[in-house]
Design a protein around this ligand. Structure first.
Ligand code: AHM
Ligand code: MG
Length: 347
């Protein structure tokens, strides 16, 4: 029987692997990992780890439902449009309910904001213990569910400022203020990727024990990779700089990969490198993706993995949001590749 090896994304052997035949690799669950991180902060109250544990519980429930989406009757339109005028898929509503129910019971959450709800929900005030705000896209890329393509949940955690009375004003914080952010990709495997501002860590759902287990600590993306990811059918509506970039990429031997599901496209970009773009289009002049709960959390992760994220020529995480569902153009990925795009945007 061969000796089991530690799984690291670098392909190197684990520092925990000792003498031949002796398996000393530690299996670390997401829960333990977060508790470990929290233990390093002497003033941590433990409330933060309860929120991550709630998100992971919701993710496991959604993962199960996504895997059985047709059997569960989750494919097809809910018959409603959300606040952004987009058709709601049944699973959008189910995933939203799961997250609201799971997070609603956590005592330190002040405000919850979702892509599917017009207004953020105030759960409790700062004076009642509300310390954090959580914003999320419950099921990004859900229009792909009927073709069994990867979809995901995106989340970001912000501090609640008790001196700000309105929920919208409370959550309209630039991405630089995020305390933590992450996503869950329901793909051929289910992965949970998170940053608390100290690197990016990836966990995979082990169905046999129902836990997310660490598979990659401090993931770093390659500085360059000749792959771009964009809905190229929109090219004629892109501002000229993006069109110039694409012509340059065509002439320079680039490959194209586009799933049409942001979590899956950005996950691939994070792991393998490249650049993901959603520029302004004829239909979405201000970009399609939402700043607060799509662009900012993904930008936090990409930057923590050594990459870059810009909206136009500005750093995405420095934009001051004005509303919950604000959209933004987005270019993110390997720093060398984002720089190539920026060079063309600047003319
Ligand atoms: P959603 O949040 O309503 O699912 O929309 C966001 C999705 C992203 O996952 C993806 O990057 C983008 O829309 C794809 O858009 P398009 O079909 O215009 O290429
Ligand atoms: Mg989305």
């Amino acid at each position: 029987m061969s000796t089991p090896k530690a799984s690291t994304n670098s392909g190197q052997s684990s520092p925990h692997q000792a003498a031949r035949g002796v398996v000393t690799d530690n299996l670390l669950s997401l829960q333990t990992f977060i508790l470990d991180e929290e233990a390093r902060h002497p003033h941590a109250s433990g409330e933060f780890s309860w929120i991550i544990s709630a998100i992971s519980l919701a993710a496991k429930m959604i993962a199960y439902k996504v895997r059985h989406v047709r059997l569960q009757g989750g494919v097809g339109s809910q018959g409603d449009v959300n606040v952004q005028g987009e058709e709601q898929i049944k699973m959008d509503v189910i995933a939203n309910e799961v997250i609201m129910r799971v997070l609603g019971s956590r005592h330190s959450i002040a405000v919850l904001g979702s892509e599917e709800d017009e207004q953020p929900t105030i759960l409790r005030r700062g004076s009642e213990g509300g310390k954090y705000c959580v914003l999320f896209d419950p099921l990004d890329g859900s229009s792909n569910l009927d073709t069994a393509v990867g979809v995901g949940t995106i989340f970001t955690i912000l501090l609640n400022d008790p001196t700000i009375p309105g929920a919208v004003e409370t959550v309209c914080q630039p991405g630089t203020k995020q305390v933590a952010a992450g996503y869950v990709l329901y793909g051929s495997s289910t992965v949970f990727v998170i940053t608390t501002g100290h690197g990016v860590h990836m966990f995979e759902l082990d169905m046999s024990v129902g836990s997310f287990l660490l598979v990659s600590r401090d993931l770093k993306m390659p500085r360059t990779c000749k792959v771009y990811s964009v809905n190229e059918a929109n090219t004629e509506g892109f501002p000229e700089g993006y069109q110039r970039y694409l012509k340059w990429a065509h002439a320079n031997d680039y490959s194209s990969r586009y799933i049409g599901s942001m979590v899956a496209d950005v996950h691939r970009t994070l792991v393998k490198g490249g650049v993901f773009l959603y520029p302004p289009t004829a239909k979405h002049a201000g970009g399609k993706l939402r700043l607060l709960y799509e662009a900012n959390p993904m930008s936090f992760l990409v930057e923590q993995a050594g990459g870059m994220s810009v909206s136009g020529t500005k750093r995405t995480m420095e934009i001051q949001p004005k509303e919950l569902h604000e959209r933004t153009p987005l270019v993110m990925g390997s720093s060398g590749e984002v720089e190539h795009v920026l060079r063309h945007l600047r003319g």
